[in-house]
Ligand binder design. Structure first.
Ligand code: NAD
Length: 410
């Protein structure tokens, strides 16, 4: 398995030639996280026995603001992956220009194997462990793969119990009742569709919006909302998959119908494999599941004209090179899926002010930020004749190191 952190560092290496000498030392510092928390924590199972789980929190860089990043529950969570994800968060917050650094956390666990009460105890235990290191001005966690508002609510409760005060701005992605923001659930999907529309507007050779065919890999929070809003905007979603397989209909799928069926039966009514979805004859391929979906094994067979990365790290650097050679545009994760953290930023700002906004305000402000971020990157692509990923990394890494220089860290 390719190391996600090695991949992330290769992406960083690629921007070095575009930055001046004054950035050299900063680039070196940006290869190491500022803090790594790693521990085995144990909880009582319903049987009365205790079981331990490996947990992590990696705080990569906070030059631009408090650390910010989600918490993942997945059997494959490991330090290498959490480090990579925390680096990408640092870059992503700088890409959209929100005042945060980057971090990430996770537990190596299959949450489906735990009962409701076991999951609750594990969430309390994780929060208890990281409590001294998080907080509104320190590090602000959020949901990621297999975590949601309920888990954030449990973690907030434990954190507030320990600190003795209300501090809703410590976690984002909370339920509305506990200070969550309107629009946060769908924010990543909304942001993605906004960027995709902007990209298609700017690129005369790209497929036209109405009737543009999309294949979406991954049908969780990100994949569902992206597909839902894409269809609403006139795109044709022809394929969707989850971890068990995919459904394909060249005439177009009814996204909400597929979702209802998945909710009823626990899985999609599959007629293709995950691998087949990646090489379908579509205009836009949207990986929205996990890392390393597009590799040297399949990049040569991708038939889409655009790869639109809604997951974090779905394309390996080697696969990226193959796509570039084949003139397939890749809209990178650090831009495409940044709508989620953007609305998390709004949630944090609302919590700190104790004043809450309407959904329309939230989504309009989000779209404005996403459109500006896309245009900044588009201009860099035109100016330097580089890929969208390189352009995004050049802008972001420059912003991060400039902040490090101003602080005297470099
Ligand atoms: P989720 O747990 O809600 O959904 C993940 C989905 O991926 C599930 O439908 C699962 O079945 C599917 N999946 C897993 N392995 C697969 C495979 N091999 N093939 C096809 N499908 C597969 O998680 P999510 O929150 O939707 O996150 C998805 C990705 O988006 C992750 O990379 C995450 O880091 C990233 N992301 C999430 C957010 C957010 O706001 N939730 C924001 C930015 C980025």
């Amino acid at each position: 398995m390719t190391s996600a952190f090695d991949n992330a560092m290769k992406q960083l290496d690629q921007v070095a030639p575009f930055l001046g000498e004054k950035y050299n030392r900063g680039l070196k510092l940006l290869r190491t996280p500022q803090k790594i928390l790693s521990k085995k924590i144990s909880i009582k199972l319903d049987t009365g026995k205790r079981k331990s789980y490996q947990v992590y929190r990696v705080q990569f860089n906070n030059a631009r603001g408090p650390f910010k990043g989600g918490i993942r529950f997945h059997p494959n969570v490991n330090l290498d992956e959490v480090k990579a994800l925390s680096f990408w968060m640092t870059v992503k917050c700088a890409v959209v220009g929100i005042p945060y650094g980057g971090s990430k956390g996770g537990i190596a666990v299959d949450p489906a194997a735990l009962s409701f009460n076991e999951l609750k105890r594990l969430s309390f235990a994780y929060s208890d462990f990281v409590a001294p290191y998080i907080g509104p001005w320190q590090d602000v966690p959020a949901p990621d793969v297999n975590t949601d508002g309920q888990i954030m609510a449990w973690m907030l409760e434990e954190y507030e119990k320990k600190t003795g005060q209300h501090a809703p701005a410590t976690f984002t992605g909370k339920p509305i009742e506990l200070g969550g923001s309107q629009g946060r659930t769908e924010a990543t999907g909304v942001g993605g569709v906004t960027v995709l529309k902007e990209y298609l507007k700017k690129c005369p050779t790209s497929p036209r919006l109405r009737g543009t065919k999309l294949a979406v890999q991954g049908f969780g929070n990100v994949g569902y909302w992206f597909a839902h809003f894409a269809q609403k905007e006139g795109f044709k979603v022809v394929a969707i998959s989850d971890s068990k397989g995919g459904i394909y209909n060249p005439k177009g799928l009814d996204v909400d119908q597929v979702w209802r069926e998945k909710e009823k039966n626990g899985q999609i009514k599959a007629n293709i494999t995950n691998e087949e979805l990646l090489t379908l004859p579509v205009d836009v391929l949207v990986p929205a599941a996990l890392e390393n979906a597009i590799t040297t094994q399949n990049a040569g067979r991708v038939r889409a004209k655009v790869v639109f990365e809604m997951a974090n790290g779905p394309t390996t650097p080697e696969a990226d090179e193959i796509l570039v050679k084949r003139k397939i545009d890749v809209i990178p994760d650090v831009l495409a899926n940044a709508g989620g953290v953007t609305v998390s930023y709004f949630e944090w700002a609302q919590n700190l002010n104790g004043y809450y906004w309407e959904k329309e305000d939230v989504l309009n402000k989000e779209k404005k930020i996403m459109i500006k971020a896309f245009n900044d990157i588009y201009n860099e692509v035109q100016k330097r004749k580089v890929t969208y990923r390189k352009a995004a990394f050049i802008l972001a890494v420059k912003r991060i190191i400039d902040a490090m220089i101003l602080r005297g860290r470099v």
